[in-house]
Design a protein around this ligand. Structure first.
Ligand SMILES: [Zn+2]
Length: 314
């Protein structure tokens, strides 16, 4: 979960991307039936523009109110563009429920369940948090615990409360064996301190914003680093350096949609098809092809989330 930078544009305006040509074809032939969506994807895969087929979006918020007008259409649209996996993040009690229902509905959507630091004042006690999380995490498509962590950008909830909620959930992660998705905003020092305390927990720093030194320590601890549209921003600072040094087997990509749309779509409502811009940037920084980035991040998602490909859940 991130803050929005600007107002929404027209719902269809962010449909234009590097995939615009094939997207129009796909949308035109799209229907509401999952089987037909699959056929559309096969058609795209067999098309000339196969470069971006197989993208795995490791962090999305399609349950967000900004998708209320066209949620299903958008999820089917990005799939028709070649996005073959999405983890929808359940970061409040309400969003866990919605995320679970999206995962239930779409074979290529998975979900996570966790409480964002913004929930620290309203989450209830440890017994309650644990009971709710364990119940969601027992679902076959629940692939991670998150997003959890610390956010010191705003004055509330107080850091002490955020840290307690973060630690409760790290404890639940170590009990359940689920990997964690960590949100760290303006809180690098405290975040690392808590991560270091839970050695057995495997995780990813979502939309990583730290230094190359911090990335190196996380990698040594067994963590993954996830890159969002921020990598393409002109003020990305140390991120390009981080992106060029992360080992092949530790990087993931994500939209954090509807937030963090990449350049040149910055400020617009984000969606998984726009990950092509992040893929291209990573490819450029690492001196490999876009196809290679998609292949590696797809394999890494499979290893990290340990998901079982399920065609449908009745
Ligand atoms: Zn998020």
């Amino acid at each position: 979960m991130e803050i929005s930078f600007t107002e929404d544009k027209n719902a269809r305006s962010d449909f234009a991307g590097s995939l615009a040509g094939q997207a129009e074809t796909a949308v035109a032939s799209d229907t509401s039936k999952a089987d037909d969506t699959k056929k559309t994807v096969s058609a795209v895969a067999g098309n000339v523009k196969t470069k971006y087929y197989g993208i795995f979006d490791s962090h999305a918020h399609y349950d967000d109110a900004k998708f209320d007008g066209d949620r299903d259409e958008m999820i089917e649209y990005v799939h028709s563009c070649g996005v073959t996996g999405i983890v929808n993040i359940g970061c409040t009690y309400d969003s866990m429920k919605l995320s679970e229902s999206l995962a239930q509905k779409y074979p290529y959507v998975y979900f996570s369940a966790g409480l964002h630091p913004s929930e620290a004042d309203v989450c209830g006690d440890f017994i309650h948090v644990r009971e709710v999380l364990c119940s969601y995490l027992s679902h076959p498509k629940a692939v991670a615990l998150g997003e959890i962590g610390l956010d010191y950008h705003y004055d509330t909830p107080l850091p002490e409360k955020q840290k307690i909620l973060f630690e409760w959930q790290m404890q639940i992660a170590s009990e359940t064996g689920k990997p964690v998705i960590i949100h760290d905003r303006d809180a690098h020092g405290d975040t690392m301190e808590i991560i270091r305390k839970y050695r057995g927990v495997k995780g990813v720093l979502h939309s990583f914003s730290g230094s190359p030194e911090m990335a190196k320590e996380l990698i040594d601890l067994g963590y993954y680093i996830s890159f969002s549209g921020v990598l393409t921003f002109k003020n990305a600072r140390k991120l390009p350096e981080v992106a060029s040094m992360v080992p092949d087997d530790r990087m993931l990509i994500e939209t954090d949609c509807p937030y963090l749309a990449p350049h040149p779509k910055r400020g617009e409502r984000n969606n998984s098809s726009l990950l092509t811009f992040v893929v291209d940037k990573l490819a450029e920084l690492r001196g490999v092809s876009a196809e290679k980035i998609i292949e590696l991040t797809g394999e890494n998602a499979e290893n990290f989330f340990q998901y079982t490909k399920l065609s449908s859940l009745g």
